[in-house]
Design a protein around this ligand. Structure first.
Ligand SMILES: *[C@@H]1O[C@H](CO)[C@@H](O)[C@H](O)[C@H]1NC(C)=O
Ligand SMILES: *[C@@H]1O[C@H](CO)[C@@H](O)[C@H](O)[C@H]1NC(C)=O
Ligand SMILES: *[C@@H]1O[C@H](CO)[C@@H](O)[C@H](O)[C@H]1NC(C)=O
Ligand SMILES: *[C@@H]1O[C@H](CO)[C@@H](O)[C@H](O)[C@H]1NC(C)=O
Length: 826
């Protein structure tokens, strides 16, 4: 009896479990496909067999419209990777997806009108629409033996996302061109401005367009990577692949670790192509890399035959053997007209090639390729056609192979710090130098008279002088170009505005128009009669300068023109009034963004790095490239203004020269500067040099990296200022702890560490140990060795703000962030 009841129980349990299992499987029945007789309605989804992706209807962002799309199934952050009806939203939940009788996949609304469909393939009863675990939605015929043959696949009509295994580019057999285009906004998946694809002829290259204009060129594939993105080569995480044959030309990437989730997406908001990796531990996408990366990546920035070198100031130069087409606009940093040959090439003359290294190859619009030629044959082929301007290897893997020729202008060339490639550019053959006079002299001397010997000495002497002259010319290329600047700017007359105009523009210096209080007086926003916005700096009346002296000084300052300096538009002198008129910078000063929690964290690292490099370039110009050799003396975050693209512009330069009192280069009785930024030798002894600016730059750099003010930095455990804290972290080997801002891009961590390293080098106690600004620019770009920094100056605040003993003697004095003009306490 007992036995029977137990077995009855067991039976009951078994049937109970079977029932529950049946119910559960009904409830959670997830299928990965539909056949010709099924529908997929709004509310239902398909899930790929491995559970990676899901297909269904969704509403993006705050939109109420419905779209059919594919997203990751196993990621909590809804990330849509493909949308069917991008431009044709559905306004209600009544739509459904099916395979129709002619073999099209059709999305239709309640009235059965078609919202989106694929072209029809073949009428068959056995069609199956299936979501694969790669994220590919495919249509296939079950009767086909080959399961990998798709009648249609979503991978062939990508949206804004390139998934691993997806092809970007062409299937030439069926004239299919797969391109990505960004979403208009996070609420609207219809195609936005940005798109990327492979340009075919004649030497395939990847190009990102903004609208119809080229915006960023990744360049041609050189066998290992795209010529314009050397940092993205096959690594332990990704394998990159480019196939180019008569059937197909496409780019593809694959993940080497299958458990890593990654996607590449075109981002309309940031105008970049971003590669993300899912980090499970943080439940978020981390930015792995984004392109374009810097200013030099801007398509064709330096015009035809120009070359962009990010570490130079200015960034654009003409290729060797070329000169600016329009010197005036070139010197005014408008490089769009590009460069022309110093002397036109004469086709009847002998020609030669100069090898350039570490380059991004020029636009391949007018090029020609041959896979079979070697470099020697390539050179010969180029020599044979007079309009051929450059050549190089098609494939740089191994010893290099194949041949690519360029015809006409070379456009969009830049130099990389590492990873660029060689390009051979056509020039006139240098005239064979006559036999060296020294050698002739050596043969002649023994038999010649004393006269001959004198001649020899004369020759040698002349040669030496000449050689020296040449070297100087080489070393001072920048200087030469800035002296050209000067010649051009000599004609530039600084407009003089009358006080009434300035007063009208600023509502009679209304307090409402006041933008701030700079080191030398208040600054107002103004609008001129023609609508131009200006910034008006009303200088405090303390300067003892006469009108003419002042005018001459301002004219000199107006001649300083650089992309990273605020432009002086004019001035106004009227009685005691001395007013400077600058271009207006809508984004305000760096400190208003840098030290603002929300604004500061909204910028990614590449923006900050761009700001750091821009300030450094501006200082190089002030220190060595400009004719005046200006020491700024009051460099700080509030003196850096930002234009609409967040390019930094140094303001208040040159004023210290005018207002700084006595003009001796190394010693001054008036100290102009700001606590927290002042170099020790300057603050304490009044000694200033370019190296005191370098110190201020170092402090500013650390502030930018950390997002914290040096002066107001408080650390619970010690009395260090930011400098002291940074130094401690550095010596303890954890420099990255300096930042608490989110850093999204894993590739940038070495760059951040390098910045901190450079910052510490700049703030070393001994001015002689600090690098010059031009070295700083090289260091920032990884082109110069970084020595170990020695102990910085001012590890602690020497002068507590309340008890500054200098205040007694000075008229325009305030602490914290406002500049100080103080008599030196001698
Ligand atoms: C469907 O038809 C009805 C009646 O003709 C119309 O009111 C409705 O707007 C239509 N719906 C769509 C989505 O076109
Ligand atoms: C693959 O990635 C996962 C998750 O990121 C990681 O845990 C695992 O160690 C990786 N495997 C290999 C072989 O790198
Ligand atoms: C584009 O970038 C912004 C800002 O970083 C980000 O919030 C947004 O999610 C990105 N869009 C896409 C499609 O990844
Ligand atoms: C030189 O190359 C250009 C561009 O490919 C071509 O149009 C021209 O015919 C060639 N000239 C000669 C002499 O081969």
């Amino acid at each position: 009896m007992k036995n029977l009841s137990t077995s009855m129980d067991t039976l009951w349990y078994i049937s109970y479990f079977i029932c529950v299992a049946c119910l559960l499987s009904k409830l959670y029945a997830s299928t990965d496909g539909i056949n010709s007789s099924q529908f997929l309605r709004d509310g239902e989804t398909l899930v790929s067999s491995g559970g990676s992706f899901e297909l269904g209807f969704f509403s993006p962002g705050s939109s109420k419209e419905r779209y059919l799309g594919i997203w990751y199934k196993n990621i909590p952050v809804r990330t849509v990777v493909w949308v069917a009806n991008r431009g044709t939203p559905i306004s209600d939940n009544s739509s459904s997806l099916k395979i129709n009788s002619t073999g099209s996949v059709v999305l239709s609304n309640e009235n059965s009108s078609v919202v989106w469909s694929t072209s029809s393939t073949r009428a068959s009863q056995d069609l199956l629409l299936q979501l694969l675990d790669s994220g590919n939605l495919v249509l296939r015929d079950n009767k086909d033996g080959n399961a990998d043959f798709y009648l249609w696949q979503s991978f062939d009509s990508p949206s804004d996302t390139l998934l691993p295994g997806m092809k970007l580019g062409w299937d030439l057999r069926i004239s299919l061109n797969r391109r990505l285009s960004s979403w208009k906004s996070s609420d609207d998946p219809s195609p936005g401005q940005l798109s990327v694809g492979i340009e075919l002829d004649p030497y395939p290259q990847a190009v990102t367009l903004k609208g119809t204009k080229k915006y960023f060129r990744e360049g041609p594939w050189n066998g290992m990577r795209f010529s314009g993105a050397p940092q993205l080569r096959t690594n332990p995480m990704f394998a990159f692949k480019f196939v180019s044959n008569q059937d197909e030309v496409y780019y593809m990437y694959e993940l080497l670790n299958k458990s890593v989730i990654s996607r590449l997406v075109l981002n309309e908001t940031t105008s970049t192509r971003e590669r993300y990796v899912w980090v499970e531990a943080e439940h978020s996408w981390k930015l792995y890399a984004s392109l374009p990366r810097d200013y030099c990546d801007t398509y064709g920035l330096c015009g035809a035959n120009g070359i962009c070198i990010i570490s130079q100031s200015p960034v654009c130069q003409c290729l060797k053997g070329f000169k600016p087409k329009l010197a005036q606009s070139w010197n005014a940093m408008d490089w769009s007209h590009g460069c022309i040959r110093d002397e036109p090439l004469d086709c009847t003359e002998k020609h030669d090639f100069i090898k350039f290294s570490s380059l991004k190859l020029p636009d391949t619009m007018h090029s020609w390729v041959n896979k079979g030629m070697n470099l020697r044959e390539c050179r010969d082929a180029c020599l044979k056609n007079c309009s051929c301007t450059a050549y190089t290897n098609l494939n740089i893997s191994g010893h290099g192979s194949g041949c690519a020729l360029w015809f006409g202008d070379l456009v969009d060339v830049r130099r990389f710090i590492d990873g660029g490639q060689d390009l051979y550019i056509r020039v006139r053959a240098s005239k064979r130098a006559n036999r060296s006079p020294v050698i002739i002299a050596l043969i002649v001397a023994p038999i010649a008279s004393i006269c001959g010997v004198l001649l020899v000495i004369y020759y040698i002497f002349r040669r030496k002088m000449k050689a020296k002259g040449n070297n100087e010319e080489d070393d001072s290329r920048n200087v030469a170009s800035s002296s050209r600047n000067v010649a051009f700017e000599e004609d530039l007359d600084l407009p003089l505005l009358d006080l009434a105009t300035v007063s009208r523009a600023t509502d009679n210096f209304s307090i409402n128009k006041k933008l701030g209080e700079g080191g030398f007086g208040p600054v107002y926003k103004g609008v001129l009669a023609d609508g131009q916005s200006i910034a008006v700096k009303r200088l405090s009346k303390s300067s003892g300068q006469g009108q003419n002296e002042f005018k001459n000084e301002v004219k000199l300052i107006a001649k300083l023109q650089h992309r990273n300096l605020v432009k002086l538009l004019g001035c106004c002198i009227d009685g005691n009034e001395k007013i400077l008129i600058y271009e207006y910078m809508p984004k305000g000063s760096l400190d208003s963004i840098l030290f603002d929690q929300t604004k500061g964290s909204a910028l990614d690292w590449s923006k900050w790095f761009n700001i750091i490099c821009g300030i450094a370039r501006g200082l190089v110009y002030l220190h060595q490239d400009s004719r005046l050799r200006i020491i700024h003396r009051d460099l700080k975050a509030s003196n850096i203004l930002l234009d609409n693209e967040l390019n930094p512009k140094i303001s208040d330069f040159g004023l210290a020269r005018t207002f700084g009192g006595d003009q001796s280069e190394d010693n001054t009785r008036r100290i102009v500067g700001t606590y927290g930024y002042m170099a020790p030798e300057y603050a304490v002894y009044g000694l200033f040099s370019v190296k005191s600016d370098v110190f201020s730059f170092g402090v500013l750099l650390l502030e930018i990296v950390s997002g914290k003010k040096n002066r107001e930095f408080v650390h619970p455990q010690n009395h260090h200022n930011l400098i002291g804290y940074a130094w401690r972290l550095w010596t303890e080997g954890r420099p990255l702890d300096l930042i608490d801002r989110m850093v999204d891009d894993m590739l940038v961590e070495p760059e951040i560490i390098r910045c901190i390293h450079v910052g510490l080098l700049c703030i070393q106690q001994n001015p002689d140990d600090r690098p010059t600004m031009s070295t700083v620019v090289l260091m920032l770009n990884g082109e110069s060795m970084l020595p170990q920094p020695k102990q910085p100056g001012f590890l602690m605040d020497l002068v507590p703000s309340e008890t500054c003993s200098w205040s007694s003697k000075n008229e325009s004095f305030s602490v914290n962030d406002i500049s100080i003009t103080a008599m030196e306490a001698r």
